[in-house]
Ligand binder design. Structure first.
Ligand code: SF4
Ligand code: F3S
Length: 362
């Protein structure tokens, strides 16, 4: 039996050709790939042998792995994730101790230069003993495994930007993968945790095209992180009308009004939650009644309080927003217009506004 992904999906899971093509088309559209390339995606996924993946977990809470394993199942996205050759993942693998480490060495040698390295968690630089695997420091493990990888995917905000361990005062000296590895292609899939289909989408992209997807200035795939939550949020019409919940159980909250005044960081957070959502498209934090806390952005833990409203809706509009406040109740309308202009400009310039940018500009 062939071990290609397409064959496994067909033979073991009974996935029809029609469903498979449907998935390829969803994948293409979510990654802003031309529909004309759908047959190429299908062909690559059908024929390519299983991609060897070595997964390293450093200073993390296992939330990224939880997100994947508790993802909607059994869908094609989760099947693709299951059917990669996950040769080492110390949380999920059956082997332990020496046997696990041997499995990792074997996978490394057998796929030298070809395996994909996925990392979740940050790396402690303060004292190597803060986090070790088999008695080896995370720093040394990362350097060794990165040397034989074709590319690295930093999964979750800890691996991408340092995340929670990096929060002030950063007691372990936590750093991101890209602060250590500078000679390999790295794709950051941030989020605390990240959306599972974004991970499978990026893996499918690498298998199909053999190159990295287009990335933003923070190393994230633009197709998933190119727009902020706010621009795709279903509560946006309330924001435009200046209708804001003032408390989590007031009338506005019950009516689904905008959560901006309750600290929502959607305007400065770039992620695909508002469109892809979670649990097979069931919901996302804002739909569940809580503002976005900006979990896919660097330093979101130190960005000034989850429930404190942003000082300004987006960078560069502070003065006008204050004028709108002064005019009384016109915040939503004024900021909405300004944000629309800002959005058009950002798309044209491929400019990404981050929480850090906002903090720097006060
Ligand atoms: Fe949605 Fe938050 Fe923007 Fe309001 S501020 S529209 S809740 S993203
Ligand atoms: Fe995170 Fe905000 Fe999405 S908190 S999960 S980026 S809605």
């Amino acid at each position: 039996m062939s071990t290609s992904l397409g064959a496994i999906l067909r033979e073991q899971y009974g996935v029809s050709r029609r469903d498979f093509l449907k998935f390829c088309s969803v994948l293409a559209s979510s990654m802003a790939i031309s529909p004309s390339l759908i047959p190429r995606i299908a062909e690559a996924l059908e024929k390519t042998p299983r991609q060897s993946v070595i997964w390293l977990s450093f200073q993390e809470c296992t939330g990224c792995t939880e997100s994947l394993t508790r993802s909607h199942a059994p869908t094609l996205e989760s099947l693709i994730l299951e059917q990669i050759s996950l040769d080492y993942h110390h949380t999920l693998q059956a082997a332990a101790g020496d046997a696990a480490e041997r499995a990792r060495d074997l996978a490394m040698k057998a796929n030298q230069g070809k395996y994909l390295l996925i990392v979740d968690g940050s790396v402690p630089m303060g004292n190597s003993g803060y986090s070790t695997i088999a008695g080896i420091s995370n720093f040394d493990t990362l350097r060794e495994l990165a040397s034989g990888a074709s590319a690295i995917i930093a999964v979750g905000t800890c691996a991408a930007f340092g995340g929670l361990p990096h929060a002030n005062p950063n007691p372990t000296g936590a750093v991101s993968v890209s602060e250590i590895i500078t000679d390999k292609p790295i794709i950051n899939i941030s989020g605390c945790p990240p959306i599972p289909v974004v991970i499978t989408g990026v893996i499918a992209h690498l298998i199909t095209f053999g190159v990295l997807p287009e990335l933003d200035k923070l190393g994230r795939p633009l197709s998933f992180y190119g727009q902020n939550i706010h621009d795709r949020c279903y509560r946006r019409p309330f924001y435009e009308k200046g209708l804001f919940a003032e408390d989590f159980d007031d009338t506005g909250a019950k009516k689904g009004w905008c959560l901006y005044k309750l600290g929502c960081k959607g305007p400065v957070t770039y992620n695909a939650c508002a469109t892809l959502k979670w649990n097979d498209g069931v919901s996302f934090p804002i739909e569940a009644g809580h503002g976005c806390i900006g979990c896919s952005e660097p330093n979101f833990w130190d960005a000034g309080g989850f429930y404190r409203p942003l000082a300004v809706p987006t960078e560069g509009v502070a003065q006008l927003t204050q004028m709108a406040f002064a005019a009384g109740g016109a915040l939503g309308i004024a900021a909405g217009v300004l944000n629309a202009k800002k959005r058009d400009h950002a798309i044209a310039e491929r400019e990404i506004v981050s929480i850090d940018d906002l903090k720097r500009k006060g």
